[in-house]
Design a protein around this ligand. Structure first.
Ligand code: T3D
Length: 267
């Protein structure tokens, strides 16, 4: 039987995906990539899912690439062909980052422990990062002679500005969750004791919100990074035309007028 490297759980519209290689701090092997891609695809096409939570089992969130995975091990033969690390990034990390960033529902990274290398940047790809106070973020790439991948070079300067991005990426120091929140790298760090209840509460709020508009909000904010102000305004207008003709807008306004809670269903 296939080892379950990604655990899948459902609770009232929230799909929780738990990376499950705790002995290696949930670092990525080819198999775990395959299972996570399948789980994200299934969540994207399941109309009952209105929020995805990504977390890790054991004491870590994800330590990035499993450096012991034979698929990526450096070729130590003198004169041997070097392992094509970029091919691994193209094949696995790029599609993963794009998948998370284009999910039709909000994605929360519930960072339960250390998030290093591509594991840190996978968390940063998510719409919202909630971390345990004891968790930490490490741009570990420079320590092993690589550049940040899984979106790190794009995400870091946009989240914390160039000076902090360069410092984090070049030094590869461990950034405690509290400092990550202070810098604006993540949404929130919460005390370990309330971490799970806080994640559940935020995810349940997301479930009740207009999912389609939330996914469009993410896409619009990302698109605006490449647009001038006028083009961003035009893009907003085009999106409002689309969303304004959808069920959730009619429901949202009707609920407001009737002073009742809205029941959103678009996705
Ligand atoms: O193909 C490619 O390589 C391209 C893709 C690149 C993307 C990347 O993510 S590159 C960056 C890869 N990640 C790292 O360099 C992080 C390596 N890990 C660490 O630096 C440390 O483990 C941490 C700082 C994350 C945590 O430190 P600590 O002291 O809390 O735990 P530990 O003792 O180092 O790790 C616990 C176990 O997990 C240990 O195994 P053991 O000794 O108990 O049998 C350790 O070897 C294992 N582990 C942790 N990270 C990885 C790993 N095993 C394989 N790969 C890992 N990335």
């Amino acid at each position: 039987m296939e080892e379950q490297l990604v655990l899948v759980g459902d609770e009232a519209g929230v799909r929780t995906l738990t990376l499950n290689r705790p002995k290696s701090l949930n670092s990525f092997t080819t198999e775990m990539h395959g299972q996570l891609a399948a789980a994200l695809g299934a969540a994207a096409s399941d109309a009952a899912v209105r929020c995805v939570v990504l977390t890790g089992s054991g004491r870590g969130f994800c330590a990035g690439q499993d450096l012991a995975d034979p698929a990526v091990a450096p070729n130590l033969e003198p004169g041997g062909t070097p392992t094509d690390v970029g091919a691994t990034v193209e094949r696995f990390y790029k599609p993963l980052a794009l998948r998370v960033r284009t999910m039709p529902v909000p994605v929360i990274a519930a960072v339960n422990g250390v998030a290093a290398g591509a594991g840190a940047n996978l968390a940063l790809c998510c719409d919202m990062v909630i971390a345990r106070r004891s968790a930490s973020f490490i741009q570990a790439f420079a320590r092993i002679g690589l550049v940040p991948d899984c979106g790190g070079t794009w995400l870091l300067p946009r989240l914390v500005g160039r000076a902090q991005a360069i410092g984090l990426a070049m030094l590869g120091d461990k950034l405690p969750a509290e400092d990550a929140e202070r810098l604006g790298l993540i949404w929130k760090c919460v005390d370990d004791l309330v971490f799970e209840s806080e994640v559940r509460a935020v995810a349940q709020r997301m479930v009740a919100m207009p999912t389609r508009a939330l996914a469009a909000t993410r896409a619009a904010i990302d698109a605006a990074q490449q647009l001038d102000f006028g083009a961003a305004l035009s893009h907003e207008a085009a999106l409002q035309t689309e969303l304004g003709a959808a069920h959730d807008y009619l429901e949202g306004v009707a609920a407001f007028m009737a002073k009742r809670p809205p029941v959103f269903s678009d996705r």
